[in-house]
Design a protein around this ligand. Sequence first.
Ligand SMILES: C[S@@+](CC[C@H](N)C(=O)[O-])C[C@H]1O[C@@H](n2cnc3c(N)ncnc32)[C@H](O)[C@@H]1O
Length: 276
Amino acid sequence: MTDYPPTDREAFKQFEHDGFSRVAQRYDRAIAQVTSQVNETILDAVKTGYGTQLLDVACGTGWLSAAAVRRQAIVTGLDFVENMVFIARSRCPEAEFYTGDAENLPFESGRFEAIVCNLGILHFPDPEKAIAESWRVLKQGGRYAFTCWTPPTRNPFMKLVLGSVQTHGSINVDLPPGPPLFRFGDPAECETALRIGGFTSVSVTELPILWTFPTPEDVILTVVSSTARLGPMLAKQSEEQRKNIENAIIEGAKKYATDSGIEIPASVVLAVGSKA
Ligand SMILES: C[S@@+](CC[C@H](N)C(=O)[O-])C[C@H]1O[C@@H](n2cnc3c(N)ncnc32)[C@H](O)[C@@H]1O
């Protein structure tokens, strides 16, 4: 359960909203291509095909929606950041996009046959509410899938970035507190949350993702300029801490050098359930 007070939840939601509004364009250029690596697997998991009525929750700049449109699904996307929705509309004019909250979906009950949410759930202050809303707007027999980053212990990219912050600075800086970032990187948490939310035939798997950068310095640039939470966390360190963190990330990234640049492995958990 999410166990922090509603006032903190509102502050966190506003912080996430401001962050993603600020980085939308850079997110589209630097990060969406990374998160999109699991798009086809997610769409397979909810059996997306010709004519599927699909909702993409926290759609960001619309890459997953566009992949569903390529399968000839009938796609609706929703994100609470207007700048994200603006880019999604231009990427994918065939889909219908709404600005709205995953925890309070503006759709009638039972409208969709498939609902997907790629790397959105870790940004919701009340993920149980978001899961309940997806259950409500899903048709009987429909399928729901979400993903979440795995924790640093199983995720070299997160280990490099957060480990460097932890070693040379502080993770606990003065930012609105949110739910645990990697809660749903734990398969048992995904399974419990989906079952409590009413889903059956629950399955949880882990999928690889690769972060690629032209140079080690680009790791810093991407983290600082294209993320809603990691960038502000770095900005809150002292000058000296920030320099040490950046050096540690650059030196660590060099270990992942290949002929094509820097390639750092990561992974996500994919959780899927059905509405019986
Ligand atoms: C990491 S991005 C993922 C975007 C996209 N699904 C992808 O895979 O690239 C998280 C997205 O969640 C959106 N988001 C965060 N909280 C939200 C909420 N409560 N309701 C709707 N969207 C939300 C953000 O605006 C952002 O676009």
